[in-house]
Design a protein around this ligand. Structure first.
Ligand code: SF4
Length: 305
């Protein structure tokens, strides 16, 4: 059996920077993260072991001087409320999420009704629309009727949505409301696009895909979906111990990919576990990128510097 690792996979620079900030020595034992920093159980455990606290909202009991906004971002009002309560706020919002906030602000300034393509309950989307009075979140065709009567429609996307699906919905909105002025800012981030392109390329080569990431990570779920849509059997696992020899029975070429919150170490464990599975005979393998080049910060930041 051949094993090939996707060209782009795992933790993006936005998540990595946020983790690095949370683990900074200057904040040791005195930091509370508002919300889940990453949708990945191993990283969450690592942060807890390092003394980092986590709460769902500012309303919970917080016994540290410092609080942190995650890479997913938050409404400005959350930051203001935290400061009003006396906390020092560390903002780890990814610059590519900030770009979505700015695009929405520009649409509002120019008189557009803001539309976010994404999941209404996702923390990033809640951060984008949290301070807005009038907006629409669109996930599929059934949401389009909410746009009836809008004269100017300004569309952005949650940064981790599949770009093909986003473009399809934009075209549908344009076709459904021919009298409206429709503008679209592509805010799907480059790391997400890179991982989606890489999983497509890999799916064309393999007959089995192992998708690694937290079960609550939406972009990891999308990677599995892309594989299945291309006719490749896919398993979503969040740790190497979930691999079973029978998953590989009858398959000749296995691909490994991982969402933007999956740490390098977990990918490596999965890769090594596959190499060591009983009864799995390897004919060729391409491994993960070297640790020192992961997560490819320069290339990923290129689009906004
Ligand atoms: S997935 Fe994209 S937008 Fe989100 S933290 Fe990573 S780089 Fe930033």
């Amino acid at each position: 059996m051949k094993v090939t690792v996707a060209k782009a996979l795992g933790t993006c620079f936005g998540v990595q920077d946020a983790i690095d900030l949370a683990l900074d020595d200057s904040l040791r034992d005195d930091l509370t993260i508002i919300g889940e920093l990453v949708h990945n159980p191993q990283t969450v455990n690592r942060l807890r072991e390092a003394g980092v606290r986590m709460v769902r909202s500012l309303d919970e009991d917080i016994d540290t001087k410092n609080v942190m906004i995650t890479a997913h971002g938050a409404p400005v009002s959350l930051r203001q409320n935290a400061e009003a309560k006396g906390y020092k706020v560390f903002d780890a919002t990814c610059p590519l999420v900030m770009r979505v906030h700015k695009a929405v602000a520009t649409f509002l300034r120019d008189g557009y009704h803001p539309v976010v393509i994404g999941q209404v309950d996702h923390v990033e989307v809640r951060g984008i629309v949290g301070d807005l009075d009038d907006y629409t979140v669109v996930l599929d065709e059934s949401d389009l009727e909410k746009l009836i009567g809008k004269k100017k429609i300004g569309i952005v996307s949650q940064s981790t949505q599949p770009i093909d699906r986003v473009l399809q919905l934009v075209r549908l909105i344009e076709a459904s409301f021919p009298d409206a002025e429709v503008d679209f800012q592509d805010t799907v981030c480059k790391p997400t696009k890179d991982r989606q392109v890489a999983v497509r390329e890999l799916a064309a080569m393999v007959d089995l895909m192992i998708v690694v990431g937290g079960f609550n990570s939406s972009n990891t779920k999308k990677l599995k979906q892309v594989s299945e849509d291309l006719g490749v059997k896919a398993y979503h696992i969040d740790k190497a111990s979930l691999l079973k020899p029978e998953m590989f029975e009858g398959h000749h070429h296995v691909g490994i990919t991982a969402g933007t919150s999956t740490p390098y170490e977990v990918i490596l464990e999965v890769y090594e576990e596959i190499l060591n599975l009983p009864g799995v005979e390897l004919s060729e393998c391409s491994g993960p990128p070297p640790r020192e080049t992961f997560p490819g910060k320069e290339a990923e930041e290129e689009e906004f510097v």
